[in-house]
Unconditional design. Structure first.
Length: 227
Protein backbone atom coordinates (compact mmCIF):
# COMPACT_ATOMS: atom_id res chain seq x y z
CA UNK A 1 0.00 0.00 0.00
CA UNK A 2 1.07 3.59 -0.54
CA UNK A 3 2.63 5.60 2.24
CA UNK A 4 0.53 8.44 3.64
CA UNK A 5 2.08 11.38 5.48
CA UNK A 6 0.35 13.82 7.82
CA UNK A 7 1.62 17.41 8.15
CA UNK A 8 0.28 20.33 10.16
CA UNK A 9 0.50 23.59 8.23
CA UNK A 10 3.41 25.85 9.25
CA UNK A 11 1.31 28.79 8.02
CA UNK A 12 -2.14 28.12 9.51
CA UNK A 13 -2.52 26.18 12.76
CA UNK A 14 -6.05 25.09 11.78
CA UNK A 15 -4.94 23.22 8.65
CA UNK A 16 -3.69 19.66 8.24
CA UNK A 17 -2.46 17.98 5.05
CA UNK A 18 -2.92 14.30 4.25
CA UNK A 19 -0.41 13.39 1.55
CA UNK A 20 -0.59 10.24 -0.54
CA UNK A 21 -1.71 9.85 -4.15
CA UNK A 22 -3.06 13.38 -3.73
CA UNK A 23 -2.87 16.15 -1.16
CA UNK A 24 -5.96 16.58 1.00
CA UNK A 25 -6.01 19.74 3.09
CA UNK A 26 -8.32 19.62 6.10
CA UNK A 27 -9.36 22.92 7.68
CA UNK A 28 -10.56 22.72 11.29
CA UNK A 29 -12.78 25.29 12.97
CA UNK A 30 -11.82 26.46 16.44
CA UNK A 31 -13.32 24.19 19.13
CA UNK A 32 -16.54 25.36 20.73
CA UNK A 33 -16.56 26.48 24.35
CA UNK A 34 -16.12 23.48 26.65
CA UNK A 35 -14.84 21.24 23.84
CA UNK A 36 -11.17 22.19 23.89
CA UNK A 37 -10.17 18.67 24.91
CA UNK A 38 -12.05 16.91 22.14
CA UNK A 39 -10.53 15.71 18.90
CA UNK A 40 -12.41 16.96 15.83
CA UNK A 41 -12.48 14.32 13.11
CA UNK A 42 -13.36 14.50 9.43
CA UNK A 43 -16.17 12.80 7.55
CA UNK A 44 -19.59 14.35 8.18
CA UNK A 45 -18.44 16.56 11.05
CA UNK A 46 -19.43 20.12 10.16
CA UNK A 47 -16.40 21.53 11.92
CA UNK A 48 -14.10 20.21 9.21
CA UNK A 49 -13.79 21.08 5.52
CA UNK A 50 -11.57 19.07 3.20
CA UNK A 51 -10.24 19.97 -0.25
CA UNK A 52 -8.50 17.50 -2.56
CA UNK A 53 -5.63 18.53 -4.82
CA UNK A 54 -4.34 16.02 -7.43
CA UNK A 55 -0.58 15.80 -7.94
CA UNK A 56 1.14 15.65 -11.32
CA UNK A 57 3.42 12.77 -10.37
CA UNK A 58 1.27 11.06 -7.77
CA UNK A 59 2.99 7.67 -8.17
CA UNK A 60 6.43 9.10 -7.45
CA UNK A 61 6.13 10.47 -3.91
CA UNK A 62 8.52 9.29 -1.20
CA UNK A 63 8.24 12.22 1.21
CA UNK A 64 6.86 15.72 1.47
CA UNK A 65 7.44 19.00 3.35
CA UNK A 66 5.14 22.01 3.63
CA UNK A 67 6.93 25.30 2.88
CA UNK A 68 6.71 27.82 5.79
CA UNK A 69 5.70 30.87 3.74
CA UNK A 70 2.86 33.30 4.42
CA UNK A 71 3.16 34.60 0.86
CA UNK A 72 2.72 31.11 -0.64
CA UNK A 73 0.99 29.02 2.05
CA UNK A 74 0.22 26.00 -0.15
CA UNK A 75 3.61 25.14 -1.66
CA UNK A 76 5.02 21.66 -0.96
CA UNK A 77 8.46 20.15 -1.61
CA UNK A 78 8.03 16.54 -2.78
CA UNK A 79 10.85 13.97 -2.67
CA UNK A 80 10.85 11.33 -5.41
CA UNK A 81 12.34 7.83 -5.87
CA UNK A 82 14.79 9.13 -8.49
CA UNK A 83 16.29 11.64 -6.04
CA UNK A 84 14.60 14.69 -7.49
CA UNK A 85 12.79 17.25 -5.32
CA UNK A 86 9.75 18.75 -7.00
CA UNK A 87 7.91 21.89 -5.89
CA UNK A 88 4.17 22.20 -6.28
CA UNK A 89 1.66 24.89 -5.40
CA UNK A 90 -1.46 22.79 -4.93
CA UNK A 91 -3.96 25.62 -4.56
CA UNK A 92 -2.99 27.97 -7.38
CA UNK A 93 -3.22 25.86 -10.52
CA UNK A 94 -2.11 28.77 -12.74
CA UNK A 95 1.16 29.08 -10.85
CA UNK A 96 4.33 27.58 -12.44
CA UNK A 97 4.80 25.47 -9.31
CA UNK A 98 1.43 23.80 -9.83
CA UNK A 99 2.65 22.45 -13.17
CA UNK A 100 5.42 20.43 -11.58
CA UNK A 101 8.16 22.01 -13.68
CA UNK A 102 10.34 23.48 -10.92
CA UNK A 103 12.67 20.78 -9.68
CA UNK A 104 15.93 20.34 -7.78
CA UNK A 105 17.74 17.46 -9.45
CA UNK A 106 20.22 16.07 -6.95
CA UNK A 107 21.77 13.78 -9.60
CA UNK A 108 21.77 11.11 -6.91
CA UNK A 109 19.64 8.52 -8.71
CA UNK A 110 18.42 7.20 -5.35
CA UNK A 111 15.32 7.85 -3.32
CA UNK A 112 14.81 11.10 -1.45
CA UNK A 113 13.29 9.74 1.77
CA UNK A 114 13.03 12.79 4.05
CA UNK A 115 12.54 16.55 3.69
CA UNK A 116 12.39 19.35 6.25
CA UNK A 117 12.24 23.13 5.78
CA UNK A 118 14.03 25.34 8.28
CA UNK A 119 11.15 27.04 10.14
CA UNK A 120 13.10 30.24 10.83
CA UNK A 121 15.04 30.49 7.55
CA UNK A 122 12.54 29.23 4.96
CA UNK A 123 14.96 29.27 2.02
CA UNK A 124 16.87 26.31 3.55
CA UNK A 125 15.62 22.82 2.73
CA UNK A 126 17.12 19.78 4.48
CA UNK A 127 16.92 16.48 2.58
CA UNK A 128 17.84 12.85 3.26
CA UNK A 129 18.55 10.01 0.81
CA UNK A 130 18.90 6.25 0.66
CA UNK A 131 22.41 4.80 0.85
CA UNK A 132 24.36 4.33 -2.38
CA UNK A 133 28.05 3.39 -2.35
CA UNK A 134 30.12 6.26 -0.92
CA UNK A 135 27.62 9.06 -1.63
CA UNK A 136 26.47 11.38 1.13
CA UNK A 137 22.92 10.99 2.40
CA UNK A 138 22.30 14.42 3.99
CA UNK A 139 22.11 17.68 2.05
CA UNK A 140 20.94 21.24 2.59
CA UNK A 141 19.73 23.33 -0.34
CA UNK A 142 19.46 27.11 -0.40
CA UNK A 143 16.61 27.75 -2.81
CA UNK A 144 17.72 31.38 -3.12
CA UNK A 145 20.92 30.42 -4.91
CA UNK A 146 22.01 27.40 -6.89
CA UNK A 147 25.45 26.79 -5.39
CA UNK A 148 27.18 27.95 -8.59
CA UNK A 149 26.56 31.69 -8.50
CA UNK A 150 27.58 33.94 -5.62
CA UNK A 151 25.96 32.76 -2.39
CA UNK A 152 23.10 34.74 -0.91
CA UNK A 153 23.19 36.44 2.49
CA UNK A 154 21.24 33.46 3.87
CA UNK A 155 23.98 30.92 3.16
CA UNK A 156 24.31 28.22 5.79
CA UNK A 157 27.73 29.34 6.98
CA UNK A 158 26.16 32.48 8.33
CA UNK A 159 22.69 31.53 9.45
CA UNK A 160 21.73 34.80 11.02
CA UNK A 161 18.72 36.34 9.33
CA UNK A 162 15.21 35.01 9.04
CA UNK A 163 12.88 36.68 6.56
CA UNK A 164 9.65 35.35 5.19
CA UNK A 165 9.63 34.51 1.49
CA UNK A 166 8.80 37.49 -0.70
CA UNK A 167 7.56 37.70 -4.25
CA UNK A 168 11.05 38.69 -5.46
CA UNK A 169 12.60 35.67 -3.71
CA UNK A 170 9.96 33.41 -5.21
CA UNK A 171 10.65 34.70 -8.74
CA UNK A 172 14.39 34.26 -8.17
CA UNK A 173 13.79 30.61 -7.24
CA UNK A 174 11.94 30.13 -10.53
CA UNK A 175 14.76 31.75 -12.54
CA UNK A 176 17.53 29.81 -10.80
CA UNK A 177 15.85 26.47 -11.20
CA UNK A 178 15.27 26.96 -14.91
CA UNK A 179 18.63 28.42 -15.95
CA UNK A 180 21.16 26.53 -13.86
CA UNK A 181 23.10 23.63 -15.31
CA UNK A 182 24.05 22.05 -12.00
CA UNK A 183 22.22 22.40 -8.70
CA UNK A 184 24.65 22.10 -5.79
CA UNK A 185 23.83 21.75 -2.09
CA UNK A 186 25.43 24.13 0.40
CA UNK A 187 25.89 21.26 2.89
CA UNK A 188 26.63 17.62 2.08
CA UNK A 189 27.38 14.93 4.68
CA UNK A 190 26.78 11.31 5.73
CA UNK A 191 29.09 9.29 3.49
CA UNK A 192 27.93 5.69 2.93
CA UNK A 193 25.00 6.18 5.30
CA UNK A 194 21.27 5.76 4.81
CA UNK A 195 18.89 8.44 6.10
CA UNK A 196 15.60 7.48 7.76
CA UNK A 197 14.34 10.76 9.24
CA UNK A 198 15.54 14.24 10.12
CA UNK A 199 14.45 17.44 11.88
CA UNK A 200 15.72 20.92 12.66
CA UNK A 201 16.31 21.76 16.31
CA UNK A 202 13.96 24.08 18.19
CA UNK A 203 14.16 26.85 19.22
CA UNK A 204 17.71 27.08 17.79
CA UNK A 205 17.26 26.08 14.15
CA UNK A 206 20.96 26.31 13.33
CA UNK A 207 21.45 22.58 14.00
CA UNK A 208 19.57 19.47 12.99
CA UNK A 209 19.27 15.82 13.99
CA UNK A 210 19.13 12.85 11.64
CA UNK A 211 18.47 9.15 12.12
CA UNK A 212 20.85 7.22 9.85
CA UNK A 213 22.19 3.70 9.38
CA UNK A 214 25.84 2.83 8.74
CA UNK A 215 27.35 -0.67 8.88
CA UNK A 216 24.00 -2.08 10.05
CA UNK A 217 23.99 0.27 13.06
CA UNK A 218 21.25 2.87 13.45
CA UNK A 219 22.11 6.14 15.20
CA UNK A 220 20.61 9.55 15.85
CA UNK A 221 23.27 12.17 15.18
CA UNK A 222 23.34 15.92 15.72
CA UNK A 223 24.85 18.15 13.04
CA UNK A 224 25.94 21.78 13.01
CA UNK A 225 26.23 22.69 9.31
CA UNK A 226 28.05 25.93 10.10
CA UNK A 227 31.22 23.88 10.54
Amino acid sequence: CKKTEIHWSPNDRNQLAEIGAEIIIHTFDRPLSGESGKCVSGGTNKKTTSLNYPLHEKNNIKCCAWWPSQEYPYVFAIGQPNGRIMFENVKDRSDPLSQGRIVIDSKQGRSCVALCWNPKIPNLLLSGFDRYRSDNCLTIWDINHNGVSSPSSHQIGGIASSSSSTLDEYKRVDILMHNQQVWKPIFDYGMSEQCHSLAWFKPNERCFAACTTQHNTRNIKIYDPRG
